[in-house]
Ligand binder design. Structure first.
Ligand SMILES: [Zn+2]
Length: 512
C-alpha cells in the first residue's frame, strides 16, 4: 500500500458502536471512509459498495466508537499537575482569589502561554487525544492567526457559514453582555457558560440573572450547575438546557457535585467534561471512571450506555454538531477511536479502558495516533514513536505546509519541560524577544476577552516579571504527564485531598 493520504478510500472493520438514534452495535461491521467522511456503515456480511471494491480493508480487532467530544476544558492550564487543595470552598471565586492560586496556577500559566504558546497547545491537544477526544472546547485563543490544530476546535471551527459556538468562563458582566448573548442564541448559536459553580445558595443569583434575560433555553450549555436545586434542574429539563457535568473537579474543590439524578429525571441532556488538569481528570477517559464511581454511589442511576452518551452523542447535540460528530453515521466526519476489547459490553468497555488500550485515532479520516502495527496497516511508518502504558504507539501531529505545523511531539515535550524546569531562563528569553521586536510574538490568550491585552514592555527584567505577573513560585514546576500510567503523583494528591468522598480512592483500581 502507498503511504497513506487521507483523501483515499478505505474500510475499517471491527465492532461498530454507532451511538446512532437506534444505538446500533454492529458486531462485525464495516465503516467506509472517503475523503475524511463516513461513506457507509454496514455489517461485514454484505458486499462493499462498488466504489470500495478495491479499497484497503483495515481490521482493527476492537470496538470502534465515535471520537469523544469534550465541552469543558481550559487547555492553557493543562500542563499543570493536580493542585494540592487543603480546604473546602463554596464557590469558584474563593479559590481563584487566594494568593497560592496566583503563584501556583496563574503565574506559571502566564509564563508558558507567552513563552511556549504553540508547544503548550500541541501538548494539551495530544493529552486530550490520548484520552480519546477528537473534539474539544476551551481552547485558549492565539493572538495571531493559527491553523495547525490537531483536534476539532469548538470555538474556532465554523464549518463554513454555519452558526458559531460562543463561550464564557467569566460571569457575564452587564446588561449589554446578556442582551448580546440573547441575540446570539436567537440566531442559532450555542453558548457554553460556567454556571453556579460551587455549593453556595448565593450562586442561584447567576441562574436568576440568565433567566431574567431569557437565556435559560435550548442553546444554553451550562457547565457545573453544582449549586442548583432539583427545582432548577426541572426547569432546565423543561427548557431543554444542556448540562456539562465535571464531577472530579467539583468533588476536589467543593466536596459535592451536581444533582445529576434530578437532571436525568427532568430529561436534560447531560454531557461530561474533565474541566482542567489542576483540579480535574487528565482526559475524558478518566472522567468517565470518576463518573462511574459517582454513579455507583447513586445506586447506578445511569447505565454504562448513558455514561458513554455523555461523551459522544450528547455533547455533539448540545452544540448542534450532531450531524457531524458524536455518532457513527454516513455523511459524518470520520472522527473515530478504536479501543481494545476488554469487556463484552461495549459501553462498559469504554468506561473501563485506559490510555494503553486506545489502538487508533482518526480525525477527519486521518490516522493521528495508534498502535504501531495499526498505523503500519495504513502505510504509515514515519510517525513519531511513543510508549504508552508499556505499549509501543506512534503519533503524527504534523501539519505539512501550515505555519507551526512542523513541530514534533519530542520538541514539544523538551521545550515545555525546559521552560518549567528553568522558568527564569524562559522568562528572560521572552523579555528579550518582547524588548527587541516591534511586533508581538505569537501568544496564547487563556480567557475570552474582547481585547487581547499586550505584554507590558519594561526596561528591566525584574519589572517585566512583576508587571506581567509571570513565573510565580521560583521553584520549578513539573510538566503533568500525558497519561495516567506515567503519572506517579496523581492518586496520592487525590487521596490527600480533604474534600473527596471515600469511594473516590477506588479510582486507582481502574489503572491497569
Ligand atoms: Zn471550567
Amino acid at each position: 500500500m502507498q503511504p497513506f493520504s487521507y483523501s483515499v478510500k478505505f474500510v475499517l472493520r471491527g465492532t461498530v458502536v454507532t451511538l446512532d438514534s437506534r444505538r446500533r452495535i454492529i458486531k462485525d461491521g464495516c465503516i467506509g471512509v472517503d475523503a475524511g467522511k463516513i461513506a457507509f456503515v454496514k455489517s461485514a456480511r454484505y458486499r462493499l459498495p462498488a466504489e470500495f471494491q478495491n479499497a484497503p480493508v483495515i481490521n482493527v480487532d476492537g470496538y470502534i466508537y465515535p471520537g469523544l467530544v469534550d465541552l469543558h476544558n481550559h487547555l492553557a492550564y493543562n500542563f499543570l499537575k493536580l493542585w494540592k487543595i487543603t480546604k473546602k470552598f463554596v464557590d469558584r471565586y474563593q479559590w481563584a482569589g487566594i494568593s497560592r492560586y496566583g503563584k501556583e496556577i496563574t503565574a506559571p500559566m502566564k509564563l508558558v502561554t507567552n513563552a511556549n504558546p504553540v508547544e503548550l497547545m500541541k501538548y494539551c491537544e495530544v493529552k486530550a487525544m490520548l484520552g480519546g477526544a477528537t473534539t474539544i472546547a476551551g481552547f485558549a485563543k492565539f493572538n495571531k492567526s493559527y491553523a495547525a490544530w490537531l483536534l476539532r476546535n469548538v470555538e474556532a471551527e465554523q464549518f463554513e457559514q454555519e452558526s458559531r459556538i460562543y463561550t464564557s468562563v467569566l460571569k457575564l458582566r452587564d446588561e449589554q453582555q446578556y442582551l448580546d448573548t440573547a441575540r446570539k442564541m436567537t440566531e442559532g448559536n450555542a453558548f457554553i457558560y460556567h454556571l453556579a459553580e460551587g455549593t453556595s445558595a448565593k450562586l442561584h443569583a447567576e441562574y436568576d440573572e440568565l433567566s431574567r434575560y431569557g437565556l435559560i433555553r435550548d442553546k444554553l450549555v451550562a457547565i457545573h450547575c453544582t449549586a442548583l436545586t432539583a427545582e432548577h434542574m426541572k426547569e432546565m429539563g423543561r427548557k431543554k438546557v444542556k448540562i456539562v457535568w465535571s464531577p472530579l473537579s467539583n468533588l476536589l474543590l467543593y466536596g459535592a457535585t451536581s444533582d445529576v439524578v434530578s437532571a436525568k429525571k427532568s430529561r436534560a441532556t447531560i454531557c461530561l467534561g474533565p474541566d482542567w488538569s489542576p483540579t480535574g481528570s487528565k482526559s475524558l477517559l478518566w472522567e468517565l471512571k470518576v463518573a462511574d464511581l459517582v454513579n455507583q454511589s447513586l445506586n447506578n442511576a445511569f447505565t454504562y450506555r448513558n455514561l458513554v452518551e455523555m461523551v459522544t452523542v450528547n455533547p455533539a447535540k448540545a452544540i448542534g454538531w450532531d450531524d457531524k460528530v458524536g455518532t457513527i453515521q454516513p455523511g459524518h466526519l470520520a472522527d473515530l477511536v478504536v479501543f481494545d476489547r476488554i469487556d463484552d459490553d461495549p459501553y462498559r468497555n469504554l468506561v473501563l479502558s485506559t490510555e494503553g488500550g486506545l489502538k487508533l485515532v482518526l480525525i477527519g479520516g486521518r490516522p493521528r495516533y495508534g498502535d504501531l502495527e495499526m498505523l503500519a496497516a495504513f502505510g504509515i511508518d514515519s510517525a513519531e514513536k511513543i510508549t504508552v502504558d508499556g505499549r509501543e504507539k506512534a503519533i503524527d501531529i504534523l501539519e505539512p505546509g501550515v505555519a507551526y505545523g512542523d513541530i514534533k511531539l519530542e520538541t514539544v515535550l523538551s521545550s515545555l519541560a525546559g521552560a518549567l524546569a528553568n522558568p527564569i531562563k524562559a522568562a528572560k528569553k521572552l523579555f528579550e524577544t518582547v524588548s527587541k521586536k516591534s511586533a508581538e510574538p505569537i501568544r496564547l490568550i487563556p480567557l475570552e476577552e474582547d481585547e487581547i491585552p499586550s505584554l507590558v514592555k519594561t526596561r528591566t527584567f525584574e519589572s517585566f516579571v512583576e508587571k506581567n505577573q509571570i513565573i510565580g513560585t521560583k521553584a520549578a514546576t513539573a510538566l503533568d504527564p500525558l497519561t495516567m500510567s506515567e503519572d506517579k503523583d496523581f492518586f496520592k494528591t487525590l487521596e490527600e485531598n480533604p474534600n473527596i468522598p471515600a469511594y473516590l480512592a477506588k479510582l486507582r483500581q481502574y489503572a491497569r
